[in-house]
Design a protein around this ligand. Structure first.
Ligand code: PMP
Length: 363
C-alpha cells in the first residue's frame, strides 16, 4: 500500500518513530513487565518519566523557572472553564479577543460561568471582500482593570494565525492548542499558555498548561478540585490519576522533537510546508484562500474550491490517493489541511501534486 497522509486537525497524526517505539514497548515498558498503561502513576519509574517530560518541554520552549508546567485532564475546553474559575473570583473581569471560532467559544464559556458583565469581548478580525484579516487592538489604550486578556494565536477551524505577540498591560492567556511548539515563542510574554495535546503534543485527553507563578495569587472561584491550578501545582499534576498513557506518549513526542533539532528546526520545516501549500492554492483560480496573507496559519491551511460542486469528488479522490481528513470544519465548510509538526514535507508535496492534477483535470 502506498503511503497514507493524515491531515486531520485533531486528533492528528503522530510522528511515526514515536508510534513504533510505543508499539515496541506496549506490553513491557522499561523492563517493568507490564505496559506503561498498567503502572501506578506513583511508581518511581513513572514519576521519572513524568519529570523528564516536563524538563524536555521546558527545554523545547525555553520555559523560565518562575512558570509552572502542568499536565491536566479534559483538553482545551476544560481550560476554557479552568482559566475563569482560577482567575475570576471576587468579581474580576477579563477581556476576550475573538479571532475565530475557538476564541469565540472560549468567550461563550466564560460568559456562561461568570455572566456577561464580567467578560468583555472584542472582535479583532475584519472581513474585507471575503478575506479575513486580523487587526491587533492597542490594548494599552483600554483603561480597564482586567485580570487577563484571552486569545487564540492559531484558530484551528478558520486557519487564522496571529504571529505577533500581544502587547498587553494585563497577563496574556493564550489557547495554543494548535500552534504550540510549531514555532518559537517568548514564554515570558504570557501569563498562561494552554494546549490540548491532540495536535502537536500527543493523544487527546491531556492538556498542557504553562502558568506564571504570580497568576496563582489571583482570587479564584469555587471549582472542582481537578481543575484547580494550585492543587495541580501542589501535587505535581497528580492530584488525581492523570491520563498516564497520553502523558507517556507526549514524553515520546518531546524526545522526538528534540532529536529533530527542537522547535527552531521544526519551525523552518513548518514554514516550508505551509509555503508550498499556499503557493499551490494561490497559483490557480481553481483554489481559493479566504485568509489574508499575513494571518495564514502554518498549521491549519483552509481553502475552498472555486466550484463547490466538486468538493465531494475532491475529497473522495484525495482519500483514494491516501490523503485523509481534508474536509473543512462543519462551521466553515471548504477544505482544511492540518500540517502539524508530525506531517513530513513529503506529505505536503504529495497533497500539492494531487491538487495540481485535480485542478488540471477539472479546471
Ligand atoms: N482550542 C483550539 C484552538 C482547538 O483547536 C480545540 C480543538 N480542536 C479546542 C480548543 C478544544 O479542544 P478539546 O476538544 O480538546 O476540548
Amino acid at each position: 500500500m502506498s503511503a497514507i497522509y493524515n491531515f486531520c486537525a485533531g486528533p492528528a497524526m503522530l510522528p511515526k518513530p514515536v508510534m513504533l517505539k510505543a508499539q515496541s514497548e506496549l506490553l513491557d515498558w522499561n523492563g517493568q513487565g507490564v505496559s506503561v498503561m498498567e503502572l501506578s502513576h506513583r511508581d518511581k519509574a513513572y514519576i521519572a518519566l513524568a519529570e523528564k517530560a516536563e524538563q524536555d518541554l521546558r527545554d523545547l520552549m525555553a520555559i523560565p523557572d518562575d512558570y509552572h508546567v502542568l499536565f491536566m485532564h479534559g483538553g482545551g475546553r476544560a481550560q476554557f472553564a479552568a482559566v475563569v474559575n482560577n482567575f475570576l473570583g471576587d468579581a474580576g473581569q477579563a477581556l476576550y479577543l475573538v479571532d475565530g471560532s475557538w476564541s469565540s467559544i472560549a468567550a461563550d464559556e466564560a460568559e456562561k460561568l461568570v455572566g456577561k458583565t464580567h467578560i468583555d469581548r472584542l472582535n479583532i478580525v475584519n472581513k474585507n471582500d471575503d478575506m479575513s484579516q486580523v487587526e491587533l487592538p492597542h490594548l494599552h489604550a483600554i483603561k480597564k482593570d482586567y485580570r487577563y486578556v484571552h486569545y487564540c494565536p492559531n484558530e484551528t477551524v478558520d486557519g487564522i494565525e496571529i504571529f505577533d505577540e500581544l502587547d498587553s498591560p494585563w497577563p496574556v492567556v493564550a489557547d495554543m492548542s494548535s500552534t504550540i511548539m510549531s514555532r518559537e515563542i517568548d514564554v515570558s510574554r504570557y501569563g498562561l499558555i494552554y494546549a490540548g495535546a491532540q495536535k502537536n503534543i500527543g493523544p487527546s485527553g491531556l492538556c498542557v498548561v504553562i502558568v506564571h507563578q504570580d497568576l496563582l495569587t489571583l482570587p479564584s472561584l469555587p471549582q472542582s478540585s481537578i481543575m484547580d491550578y494550585r492543587l495541580a501545582v501542589k501535587h505535581g499534576s497528580m492530584y488525581n490519576t492523570p491520563p498516564t498513557f497520553a502523558w507517556y506518549l507526549a514524553a515520546k513526542v518531546f524526545e522526538w522533537l528534540k532529536e529533530q533539532g527542537g522547535v527552531k528546526s521544526i519551525a523552518a520545516i513548518n514554514q516550508q510546508k505551509a509555503a508550498l501549500l499556499y503557493h499551490c492554492i494561490d497559483s490557480s483560480d481553481f483554489y481559493q484562500s479566504k485568509v489574508n496573507v499575513d494571518n495564514r496559519s502554518n498549521m491549519n491551511v483552509t481553502f475552498y474550491l472555486a466550484d463547490s460542486e466538486l468538493e465531494m469528488l475532491f475529497l473522495e479522490q484525495a482519500k483514494q490517493a491516501g490523503l485523509l481528513a481534508l474536509k473543512g470544519h462543519r462551521m466553515v465548510g471548504g477544505m482544511r489541511a492540518s500540517i502539524y509538526n508530525a506531517m513530513p514535507l513529503e506529505g505536503v508535496q504529495v497533497l500539492v501534486d494531487f491538487m495540481n492534477a485535480f485542478a488540471t483535470e477539472h479546471g
